[in-house]
Design a protein around this ligand. Structure first.
Ligand code: MN
Length: 704
């Protein structure tokens, strides 16, 4: 090897490192904007650190916490084997920062590694400036930022980084064609498999793309069959460690012995492809397709006789997105998106190896029909394409100062819509300090085997801060498990308390005895009821012998649940034999009201006539049954005064003076456990006892 060549190689590496450090730091610095916006607000702090801003993050945080303390309970759903929890626990045990700091900053520091892969593609195709401009923008583009911002502690921090690493190592190997670059590709694939259990379609499509590329352009080139071989081994459906040993062993052999025998390579390649098929490496694709296509049907099939609320339907409706949103997410603005597309076509024409990125771009574009969450996959390649268009135009500018002016201006132009999005994207933390304080108190007085009954939205944070079990959470909230929780929150106290106890005991029983199906179905079987309606009625009106109490059950009732009361009610406001919704409950709340000619205008055309005790809605005067006023006194006790108006009327008005809120509801809502326990603190002493009572959140313990 001659000296000048070696010299340019070395300076290439140095340049790469310098540009990487610049773009990596830039990506992290931009992610500190959120921190600077929130750092003065003490409500967002816990344990001297800002809290995270994604609900799901508390799931992985629970797992990491349990790995570190090596304490966890059967059936507590703590993800101690999840890669993110494991990685977090590892970082927390070696780095000198608090656990809170680590989960807060992990997305920024890990997600920003995307710039490495983008820069590597640029260097591989000898478009260094393109790589530099692209990696400046790729790290901070709209949808990528949203899912890797500071505090967005979720698996997203690597879900795009790893596939982009695979592609960049494929392009790097394809452009350099040295045996020593063969190892990076299978390692990147295996890292992706470890991180994301559903990564098989992405990995397989990248392999297929490489296969097609080889068949068209590089049929005569042995090196490409080696790339395919190493990719294929990584795709075999077997244990991580076995593949690692095989890959590293084969790599060493190829590298040291300079293996280049086409027959041998092809034999190994096709045996590996057979191995992929026979070990079920392809199955994941079909299973996933099936899951997407047949989602609704498979869910219904689990409950033969009962029809629960189908969550998948509501998810499905969120399908198609408008073009502008789609383009914003991928590039920051529609014009940049269109220009990026042109850049992509030019890039492929000029450097055909870039066509290997097609599966990622296609996956990103699936978002246009399949929903927002896929857009991120197209971000790095579209950033590269835009940057390429910019540098191509710059080559036509002869005058040097103008050329650099153009390059700088164009780069700022593609960064600015994304930066202004970032400045406006002020996502609050999931919980506020005073809410966490309450959970911390609950942790002190509860045991780790106790259950908290509340809506699924609060499941993960509650498990993390109070270390208790929950019935529903961000991952366990199908119609059948939501039903009893919804019922307990929106029905009268006796039925609520009894179903809460049953639900907790049956949740544990089902785990222990591996019983499948809905808990309600199991209860009906054990209590000999054929009709769910009769069973649910019996909970309120008949004698039912409850199972032995194996643990405590707490009701967690936050003020913020008031905003979602109609949604909570939806899940149990139905006939389980037919799946038909019953008449929807009437619940209206407002903080915007004003006196107006002896009436109180509550907005949306609703007027309250206090003197007459009527409500005017839809140009009708409806009588009130009760008018209630609640207010905290000087000692911080809630005082409730009520005026009976027309005993048989259906509507109840509540003026929550200390909250500056008016509620109008029908009798069923008024009798619900949530309203009685949270709004009025009118609870049956034989069923509940007070545990923690604050204006924001009230926690009761179940006594039966
Ligand atoms: Mn636990």
């Amino acid at each position: 090897m001659n000296n000048p060549l070696l010299k340019t190689k070395l300076s290439d590496i140095n340049l790469f490192i310098i540009l990487f450090l610049i773009t990596y730091s830039f990506s992290i610095l931009i992610r500190l904007i959120w921190v600077s916006q929130f750092q003065d607000n003490l409500n967002f702090y816990w344990n001297d650190q800002l809290m995270i801003n994604t609900n799901d993050g508390y799931f992985f945080a629970e797992g990491a916490r349990d790995i570190l303390s090596s304490v966890h309970q059967n059936n507590d759903l703590s993800p101690i084997t999840h890669p993110l929890s494991q990685l977090t626990a590892l970082l927390a045990s070696v780095l000198p920062f608090s656990f809170e700091s680590i989960i807060l900053y992990m997305p920024s520091f890990i997600g920003s590694f995307l710039v490495f892969a983008v820069l590597l593609i640029g260097f591989s195709i000898k478009e260094k400036l393109t790589g530099f401009i692209a990696s400046l923008s790729a790290g901070i583009v709209w949808s990528y930022y949203n899912r890797t911002m500071t505090g967005y502690y979720d698996t997203d921090m690597l879900t795009v980084v790893l596939p982009t690493f695979i592609v960049s190592s494929m392009i790097f190997a394809a452009t350099h064609q040295k045996n020593r670059y063969l190892l990076m590709i299978p390692l990147a694939i295996m890292a992706n498999q470890w991180w994301y259990h559903a990564s098989a379609p992405i990995n397989l499509s990248l392999f297929t793309m490489m296969f097609i590329y080889t068949a068209i352009f590089e049929r005569q080139n042995n090196y490409f069959y080696k790339i395919l071989l190493f990719m294929a081994i990584a795709l075999i459906g077997t244990y991580f460690w076995i593949k690692l040993i095989v890959v590293v062993g084969l790599f060493s052999w190829f590298h040291i012995k300079h293996i280049n025998n086409l027959r041998l390579i092809l034999i190994l390649l096709f045996s590996s492809i057979f191995a992929i098929v026979f070990t079920g490496g392809m199955n994941a694709v079909f299973l996933q397709l099936q899951a997407y296509v047949f989602r609704a049907e498979t869910m219904d099939a689990t409950n033969i006789t009962l029809h629960f609320y189908n969550v998948a339907q509501t998810v499905r409706e969120a399908g198609k997105i408008p073009f502008e949103t789609f383009a914003n997410r991928i590039s920051g603005n529609p014009a940049i998106f269109i220009l990026s597309l042109i850049g992509y076509i030019l890039l492929i024409i000029r450097h055909k190896v870039v066509v290997l990125t097609l599966p990622l771009v296609a996956l990103g574009f699936i978002a246009y029909v399949g929903g927002l969450r896929f857009t991120v996959y197209a971000v790095p390649i579209m950033a590269l394409s835009m940057a390429y268009l910019i540098t191509q135009i710059a080559t036509y500018i002869e005058n040097k100062p103008f050329k650099y002016l153009f390059l700088t201006g164009a780069t700022i132009a593609i960064l600015s819509p994304n930066i202004s999005h970032i400045i406006d994207y002020r996502v609050p933390t999931v919980f506020q300090k005073n809410e966490v304080k309450i959970l911390d108190q609950l942790k002190e007085r509860s045991s780790r085997e106790d259950y908290v009954l509340t809506w699924w939205d609060y499941g993960y944070p509650i498990r993390y801060y109070a270390d208790v079990k929950t019935l529903v959470d961000g991952g366990k909230h199908n119609g059948d498990v939501n039903f009893p929780v919804s019922f307990a929150l929106t029905r009268p106290q006796k039925a609520s308390a009894r179903l809460a106890r049953l639900d907790v005991e049956y949740t544990e029983l089902a785990y222990e005895h591996n019983r499948t199906g809905s808990y309600i179905q199991m209860m009906m079987e054990d209590y000999n009821y054929d009709s769910p309606n009769n069973f649910l009625e019996a909970l309120q009106y008949s004698d039912i012998k409850l199972p032995t109490q194996t643990r405590d059950v707490y009701y967690y009732l936050p003020l913020r649940m008031m905003n979602i009361y109609p949604t909570v009610a939806l899940f149990s406001n139905m006939d389980l034999t037919t799946g038909k919704q019953k008449r929807s409950p009437f619940f209206y709340q407002t903080s915007q009201f004003k006196e107006q000619g002896g009436m109180i205008n509550l907005g949306r055309g609703i007027l309250l006539n206090k003197a007459k005790g009527t409500i005017r809605m839809n140009n009708q005067d409806l009588p009130l049954s009760l008018f209630i006023t609640t207010a905290y006194d000087r000692q911080g006790k809630l005082q409730v005064s009520q005026q009976r108006v027309k005993p048989n009327a259906n509507l109840v008005a509540v003026y929550m003076k200390s909250y500056n809120k008016f509620l109008i509801m029908d009798r069923n809502v008024y009798n619900s456990t949530y309203i009685q326990l949270f709004v009025l603190e009118k609870y049956d002493r034989t069923l509940f006892e007070e545990v923690i009572m604050t204006p924001m959140t009230k926690i009761y313990r179940l006594r039966i």
